[in-house]
Design a protein around this ligand. Structure first.
Ligand code: FAD
Length: 461
């Protein structure tokens, strides 16, 4: 016999879980949510938000340098890592409280406990041993850093989770990984003054992004003093006094004060007792769900990173919201995972939406490419050696802009807005008909007249 009964039990109070719980609560459902760590989940506690605060911190160094070309004299700036971390922690605590208040406002019962599923309609709270009966269970347990094969010295390696709480700024750091988290942390540490080596096993960073973007960013990172080593892996780490010696697959070694791995994240499927149930997993490791986020067990749904669809906060939020609209709001709402704009908060920033040049050539009969590389106006007086990059990928048959790729200041902000046009199906002619805003970098996107390349199907084969 269960101790309590609810309409919806949500496991995990992160981006997807909190949104689903509060929207379902708003529709009048009796909702309980369990969180084993801190309310807010990865994004708020150890992901997007603290990372962006560190990104802001890391960018001041260039601002101080650039100011000189504009007539400013800036005394030698100094940086204090513990102050940054303490201020960041205060802001995260504020956000956690705001999320908790929101749940209370929507009458969602919050339990601070690990929750495990016992059967299709029963959840057990490990903190109290209590059982809760639920008509529907939503798994929103997120993902967890993956460290790869067991290599000697792996116990010395930190992930992004620990990077947010280091007592000191490492003077030298080796980061293994080539995805956005590895790249962002490489730029954060470099901006704050660390000596950074990025080690990636593939041929170039940011796999899955447009090849021009990958090349452009890698050059920009190198210009900023980051050693980017591709085609190698870390094979072991030795601790020697206070330092770590990292061994690479080419037998070279790098001495550093910290070694961080950001080589991928695995869906958190095991944290909630799934092994006992018949919930089908996808071959990519996430919970297999349909367009309404329903799993192979009709009473169990899953949203966010645990489904390993598109692992981004706004996607988890949308999936959670759509789930609640569908089940409790009488509005069946499938989630559209195409054309999701996204940013990499590197230095310089990356913003992308839609198809890469390579994907467009594989999928479309005719592809036109428009691109430009230019010196941002601010770099003229500052004398900074940096370039921005912009590219439009156009379906040559329909004239639709099917991809936009930007590397440069505020690329994340730009791609959010361009994303509306691309999602609406804007054509290259629509872009051309839009008056430029001058002088901006974004005006390049509406003044790209010369095709850099045009591919027909024959060329793509
Ligand atoms: C360093 C970093 C930077 C990132 N930057 C960005 C970014 O800039 N933009 C972006 O869009 N995305 C970013 N992401 C990704 C984003 O954080 C995730 O996509 C998002 O948080 C996924 O939300 P979720 O609801 O699926 O899971 P989460 O937010 O991870 O929430 C899952 C919650 O479930 C809890 N939990 C797990 N198992 C149990 C259990 N059995 N019982 C109770 N509680 C449990 C966990 O403690 C956690 O709080 C970043 C991620 C990282 C790691």
């Amino acid at each position: 016999m269960a101790d309590q009964e609810v309409d919806l039990f949500v496991i995990g109070a992160g981006s997807g879980g909190v949104r689903a719980a509060r929207v379902a609560g708003g529709y009048g459902a009796r909702v309980m949510i369990a969180e084993e760590f801190r309310v807010g989940g990865t994004c708020v506690i150890r992901g997007c938000v603290p990372k962006k605060l560190l990104v802001y911190a890391s960018r001041f160094a260039e601002e101080f340098e650039d100011a000189e070309g504009y007539g400013w004299t800036v005394p030698q700036p100094t940086f204090h890592w513990p102050s940054l971390i303490a201020n960041k922690d205060r802001e995260i605590a504020r956000l956690e409280a705001a999320y908790t208040n929101t749940l209370e406002r929507y009458k969602v019962a919050l339990v601070k406990s690990r929750a495990v599923i016992e059967d299709d309609h029963t959840v057990r709270l490990l903190a109290s041993g209590e059982r809760v009966k639920a008509e529907t269970i939503l798994i929103a347990t997120g993902a967890w850093p993956h460290y790869g094969p067991k290599i000697p010295g792996l116990e010395h390696v930190i992930s992004s989770n620990e990077a947010f709480h280091l007592p000191d700024l490492p003077r030298r750091i080796v980061i293994q990984g080539g995805g956005y988290i590895a790249v962002e942390f490489a730029c954060i540490f470099a901006g704050l003054g660390s000596e950074v080596t990025l080690v990636y096993r593939g041929e170039n960073i940011l796999r899955g992004f447009d090849d021009d973007v990958r090349e452009h960013l890698r050059n920009e990172m190198r210009n900023r003093g980051i050693a980017v080593t591709c085609g190698h892996t870390v094979t072991g780490i030795d601790k020697s006094g206070d330092e770590f010696v990292t061994h690479l697959s080419d037998r070279s070694t790098i001495a550093a004060d910290k070694v961080m791995f950001a080589i991928g994240r695995r869906p958190n499927v095991m944290s909630c007792g799934l092994e006992k149930l018949h919930v089908k997993l996808h071959e990519h490791g996430g919970i297999d769900v349909d367009e309404y986020s329903r799993s192979s067990v009709p009473s169990i749904y899953a949203v966010g990173d645990v489904t390993n669809r598109v692992n981004l906060t706004p996607v988890a939020i949308r999936e959670g919201h759509s789930f609640a609209d569908t089940l409790y709001g009488g509005k069946p709402t499938p989630v559209d995972h195409t054309n999701v704009p996204t940013a990499v908060f590197s230095e310089p920033e990356v913003g992308v939406i839609g198809l890469t040049e390579r994907q467009a050539r594989e999928r479309l009969a005719v592809v036109d490419i428009y691109k430009t590389t230019f010196r941002p106006m601010k770099a003229t007086l500052s004398g900074r050696d940096t370039r921005s990059f912009m590219k439009l990928v156009v379906d040559g048959t329909t004239d639709r802009v099917v991809g936009c790729h930007i590397v440069g200041p505020d690329a994340g902000e730009l791609i959010q807005v361009i994303g509306i046009a691309v999602k609406m199906g804007a054509t290259k002619a629509d872009f051309d008909a839009t008056m430029a805003v001058h002088p901006t970098a974004a005006e390049e996107l509406v003044t790209l007249r010369e095709k850099a390349m045009s591919y027909g199907r024959a060329a793509a084969e």
